[in-house]
Write a protein that binds this ligand. Sequence first.
Ligand code: NAD
Length: 348
Amino acid sequence: MKILITGGAGFIGSHVVRLFVNKYPNYQIFNLDKLTYAGNLQNLTDIESSPNYTFIKGDIVDQEYINGLFQEHQFDAVIHLAAESHVDRSITDPMAFVRTNVNGTCNLLHAAKELWKADFTNKLFYHVSTDEVYGSLGEEGMFTEETKYDPRSPYSASKASSDHFVRAYYHTYGLPVKVSNCSNNYGPNHFPEKLIPLALNNIKNNKPVPVYGKGENIRDWLYVLDHARAIDDVFHKGKVGDTYNIGGVNEWRNIDLIHLLCDIMDQKLGRETGASRQLITFVTDRAGHDLRYAIDSSKIMNELGWKPSVNFEEGLEKTVDWYLQNEEWLQEVTSGHYQAYYKEQYTR
Ligand code: NAD
């Protein structure tokens, strides 16, 4: 089987690519990635010379190129992760999110339909999405697969739109699709613009740790390898046409999470207890900041037998250890453009 994985040089994509390359030596894995600021081939050095792995640098927004790529390689399946993924960036440049997340997804859907339309048997288009499409929760309740879409940021609106197009191709053309909507991921190789790696990097460098508002927003956190395992399960065992919610059953207020991270860092860096907490700096809240996300994963747990395997404290400690041991990776991704972005975002 020839599988195209898009966005495989990014945070989650790199873990998915590694899992598939190592676990399924009979599959040919093609990793298509534009290598934006978020894509990094350093994430995959351990598998780059595997005989069943090929990297392709390319842009999913280029329709002609995508059509040609599908014709050339005759893929049997797609696992689509390529996206602009950061909410803050979507507020400053929403059109980039429309181009990649909406147009890019439609280009892939169209190319897959054209290639497979004579016979959809044993073909699959698997779209990886976010729980942010469901909007914001109050103190009670959880998102289920039936929750009405209510995206509130340009990022979540672009992902919601792409989800709708994927389902439209299923209903209109019979394209075999699956969709999963996952909560916040954390773990190794996470670009340090997102809450956990950004805080970790700043604590390490004794810099202020920005926390939006009063840190009261609540997110559900899942270790990235557990998400990769869930994607493997949905890909192989999920029902065509179905959606699966994936979450960690692990809700944290941002401020409590940052306190925990500070305490782990104090211990790892041999600092006095409480020292890192002094770095916490509350900054003006993100525009339209969703209060709470919580996800009901009972469908994937009951139907596919998946469940999160990594306890949060343990996963956070593993993540801290990875960043402390991969100083070079962190230095490389936080040089150049990152500095300008950081200044613009957090020093207003
Ligand atoms: P990421 O930003 O780390 O990686 C995205 C990857 O896509 C990068 O390698 C980038 O180079 C590539 N890419 C971007 N634009 C492209 C284009 N036009 N053509 C080809 N490649 C392009 O993102 P991530 O956090 O790994 O998220 C991956 C997917 O999972 C996204 O679709 C995201 O919406 C979804 N998701 C993420 C989370 C999370 O917590 N990070 C949670 C749920 C769902």
